[in-house]
Design a protein around this ligand. Structure first.
Ligand code: SAM
Length: 278
């Protein structure tokens, strides 16, 4: 299982190139796409087609090759095979027949987007592509909405606007969304906004709706963490202008934060300011 670039053809490890060069055959999702990668790196290989429409037949053929003592490298058009891509059937059949399956790690769009998203560390849920039909997509989002994880999705460009609209309705417009577009490519763009503003941002410019997308929505737990930071910021601003009791009352009213916590923090801030002055 050989991971290949998600855009920039240089994003492939020496070990992956070696595996492709040494394999007796390279089973590829689209042989033309893989031929371009091989040409770019001057690697020669025998390409055979293994895509979702012939995955079972291709899996049988690959297992036959393994039985003859050959090695077969499996690649998809981009990224890590079997991740929202064909490959799982081949792996299952090869393992069931007792052959070794070796993963050669490399690019994956979801993890690449997450690493540059700035979304708080913590558990994430990779849901891949949601259903294309609106009713099924909304149902899927409702199931995901309450889960305490950062949510990572793939979406096609012609559905990205309706997808972020449905995400906003199901998860709430205040959650942060990161739109990671065309990663590692010439027009790479990583935009961070509130979910409720995402559709308008995409509509503003047709270029923003082109290419390949990873969508990352902040989880509900992370949201309450940023809300906590917000009341501290609001409190600090108000304390600079108002007496303590008044600042606390207003900060609670504006942010919905608990009075005891806000009052305790206000006392700390006022004491710190007094000791700095004396
Ligand atoms: N196996 C791949 C992986 O490891 O990421 C995913 C393949 S899936 C069929 C293709 C989807 O991945 C695209 O529609 C898009 O959502 C996402 N994707 C792939 N390359 C991308 C890129 N360069 N920038 C943003 N998203 C990308």
């Amino acid at each position: 299982m050989v991971a290949t670039p998600i855009g920039n053809l240089e994003d492939i490890s020496p070990r992956a190139l070696q595996s492709l060069a040494r394999a007796d055959a390279i089973a590829a999702e689209d042989t033309r796409v893989t031929a371009r990668l091989l040409d770019h790196h001057r690697v020669q290989g025998k390409l055979v087609a293994a895509h979702e429409h012939n995955e079972r037949r291709a899996a049988d053929w690959i297992v036959e090759q393994l039985a003859l003592g050959k090695t077969v490298a499996l690649v998809t058009d981009a990224g890590t095979p079997a991740i929202s891509d064909p490959g799982a059937t081949v792996v299952a059949k090869a393992r069931a027949a007792g052959f070794r399956v070796v993963p050669i790690p490399g690019p994956n769009a979801a993890v690449t987007a997450l690493s540059a998203s700035g979304i708080a560390e913590g558990p994430f849920l990779f849901a891949g592509f949601l259903p294309a039909k609106p009713a099924a997509r909304r149902k899927a989002l409702e199931r995901l909405a309450g889960l305490p994880y950062t949510l990572v999705l793939y979406e096609a460009p012609h559905r990205v606007v309706e997808c972020v609209e449905d995400m906003s309705a199901a998860l709430g417009p205040e959650r942060t969304l990161v739109i990671a577009r065309e990663l590692t490519k010439l027009f790479e763009q990583i935009h961070r906004c509130a979910l409720g503003e995402a559709a308008a941002w995409l509509r503003e410019d047709a270029d923003r709706r082109r290419g390949e997308f990873v969508l990352i929505a902040e989880g509900p737990a992370a949201r309450s963490e940023s809300a906590k930071l917000d009341w501290e910021r609001v409190l600090t601003t108000l304390l600079a202008e108002l007496p303590l009791a008044h600042a606390v009352k207003l900060a609670c009213k504006l942010t919905g934060a608990k009075k005891n916590a806000v009052y305790a923090r206000a006392l700390q801030l006022v004491r710190a300011a007094t000791s700095r002055r004396s």
